[in-house]
Design a protein around this ligand. Sequence first.
Ligand code: ADP
Ligand code: ZN
Length: 706
Amino acid sequence: MSLTVDKTNEARKVLEQSFGYHAFRPLQEEVVSSILEGNDNLVIMPTGGGKSICFQIPALIFDGLSIVVSPLIALMKDQVQSLRMNGIPAGFLNSSLSSARQSEMKQAVLLGKIKLLYLAPERLMSDGFLRFVKGLKVSFIAIDEAHCVSQWGHDFREDYLKLGKLRELFPSIPIAAFTATADKVTQQDIIDQLHLRNCRSFVSSFDRPNLSLTVMPGQNRLQYILRFVREHKGQAGIVYCLSRKGTESMAHKLIERGYSAAYYHAGMESAERNRVQDDFIHGRTDIICATIAFGMGIDKSNIRWVIHYNLPKNIEGYYQEIGRAGRDGLPADTLLFYSWADVMKLRSFIEDSPIREIQEEKLNRMMQYAESKTCRRRTLLNYFNDPYTKACGNCDICKNPPQYIDGTVIAQKALSAILRLQERVAMGTLIDHLRGAEKGYLLKKGLHKIRTYGIGKEISSGDWQYYLMQLIHLGYLDIAYIQHKWLKVTQAGKELIRERKSIEMAEPPRDKPEFGRQQRVKKKTKKQLMYEELRARLHQLRNSVAIREEVAPHQVFSDATIEDMARNRPSTYTAFSEVEGMSDAKLERFGSQFRDLIFDFKVEHHDKGSTYIESYQLLKAGKSLQEIASERGLAFSSVAGHLVRLWKNGFPIDPLDHIPAEDVSRIRGALPKEPGDHVLGEVHDRLGGAVDYWKIRIVLDMEYSD
Ligand code: ADP
Ligand code: ZN
C-alpha cells in the first residue's frame, strides 16, 4: 500500500472515530491528503462548507503540535470546546486566559498533551512565543480567515501581515490558508503575502443549497418579520440592521410580543456584548438583532434563519451573513428587505470614501441581486464566478416567478412627470406628486399645479417604488447622486416617450410569500408526529446535558445529529453508534442517556424493533429468560432467540451468560467443522438429547456468525 492510500484510510478513520461523520464533504478529502503530502494549500470554501475538519484531521494524524491561527478570541474558545467534546486534545492561548491558565496551557503543550493550539496572529508572531515554540515539534500550521492578510480582501488586518514570516521561520512544514471569501486577486495576494510555495489551491462551490433565499420590498417590514418569526418560533435566528438604534428597537418589538430576543452592536460594553453572544450560543436567547459586528466570532451550527432588515452594502458581506445560518447542513431560511431609502443611506456612507467607485459598483451589484427577476442563487453564484446554470427551486423567484405586465402607461406617466418637474425631484417627491398627495411641502413648492399631479393615484407608493427602480435598471432613468439624487430621464427614456414604445415590467409581488420551506400546516402524519415528539424530547435532554457540562447545546450534539436520531430512531446499539456526528468520545460520554431515551420512546410507541429492546430492558433489570417470557406473554424460544439478536446488534449482553458453562462446552465439543443444513438436529442427537434445542441454537448462531 502506498503512503498516500495509507494516509487516506487513516483520515477516513479519524473522520469516523473523532467526528462521527461517515463521508467527507466535497474537497475535504483532497485538502486533507494534500496537507498530509506536505504541500502548502489555499482553501476557499463557503461558510459552513466544513473548513475546520480539513485542518483538524491532518493535525490529528501528524506527530507533534499543529498551530491554528484564528483572529477571533470567541471563535477559538468555541472551536476548542467543540473539539474537546469529541475527545480531541486542543487548547488556545489568548488574553482572555489568566496568566496562570496560560502557563498551564504552555505546560500542557510542552508535555505533548495538546495536538491543536489556537492562537491569534499577534501572539504567534511575538518574540516570546516564537522562542517558546522553538523547542517544540511543530508539524503543521493552519491559517483561518486568511483573507485578512490581503488588502484586497474585505477585512484586512494589520496583524495578519506578520504571518508572512512564517514560511521562513518554519521552512519544512506545510502551511494551509483557509477563507470563505476571496476573489481571484485576493487569492493570489494571500499566496504572495504568506509566501506559500508550490501552493495548491482548492476552491469549492459556493453553493449552499440548504439556504432558502427570499427578497421582499421594504414596505411593512415589521409586519412580515413578525409573521416570519411566528413561523420560526423557538428557532435561533439573527436580524441584521444597519444602525445601532435599529437593532435596539427591533429587539424591543420582539420582546414586547413575547419572543426571546436581544440586541448587539459595537456601541455596547464588551462585557454586555459577550453576555448577549453567550446567551445566544447557549440557546438561552433565540433571536439577536445586530449590526454586522455580530456573528463573525461565533461558531453556532444551528442558526436556522437570517433576516436583513436593511440592504447590505455588498454581496460578499450579504453572503457571509446569510452563510451563518444552517451550518449544520439542515434547511435554513433567509429573508432580505430591499428599500430605496436604504440604497440612499448606503450611498451617503460611501460618498467620501477613497475607494468610492469600487464600493459603488459593489452596491450596484447588490441592488441587481435584490431586483433580480431570475433565480437568485444563480445570480449570487455567478457573482462569485461559480458557474450555475439551473434554477435552484429554493428561492422566491423559482417558487413564485414574477408576472409581467404591460408597463407602457406606467412608464409614460413616470417619465413625463419627471420631465414636467424639470428633472428636479427625487424619488419620494415624485411618488407623492404622482399620487397627488396633499403634503405641505408639495403645495408650498407648487408641485400640485403641474399637470401630472395625481395621474398615478391608483398605484400605491410601494408599487411606484418598485416600478421606478425597474425603470432605473432598465436604463430609462438615472439618478443624479451629486445633485440631490434627482431623477433624470436618460436618452433611452426620452425615446421611449417620443416613440410611444411599449415595455414590459414585472409586477410587484402580491402573494404573501412562503418563507423558505415552511409550508402551511396540513394534517400531520403519525410518522411526522412521532418524529416531532422524539425530537422535542431529545432537545430537552440535550439542553439539560449542556447545562450540566457548561457547554452550548449544539456542542453536545448538533441539530443534524439530533435530527438523525429523531428521524431514524435507531433500535440497536450498532445503529445508534452510527448516527451522524456520534464520535467515539460522545458515544462514550453521552451515548447511554440518549440511547435510553430513544429505546424507551420506541417501547412506549411499540415502534419497529421495540420487542427486542423490551426484552433487553428486562434482562438489564435482572430478569431471567423464563420470567421475561411469562411477563411478556411470549414463547420461551422467542425470548431465547432475542438473546443472539441483541448480541449481534451490539447490545452489551452475552447470551452465554444464560446457559450453564458445562452445557456450552458440551455443545462446542459436539459441533461439526462446517455448518450444514441439519446441524441443529445432529448436535442434539450427538449429545444424546440431553441439551435443550434453544441452548444449541444460541451457541450455533454465535459460533457461525461472522
Ligand atoms: P466552516 O468553518 O467552513 O464555516 P465548519 O468547519 O464549521 O464550516 O463546518 C460546518 C458544519 O458542518 C459543522 O457543524 C461541522 O461539524 C459539519 N461538518 C463538516 N464536515 C462534515 C462532514 N464531512 N460530514 C458531516 N458534517 C460535517
Ligand atoms: Zn432559484
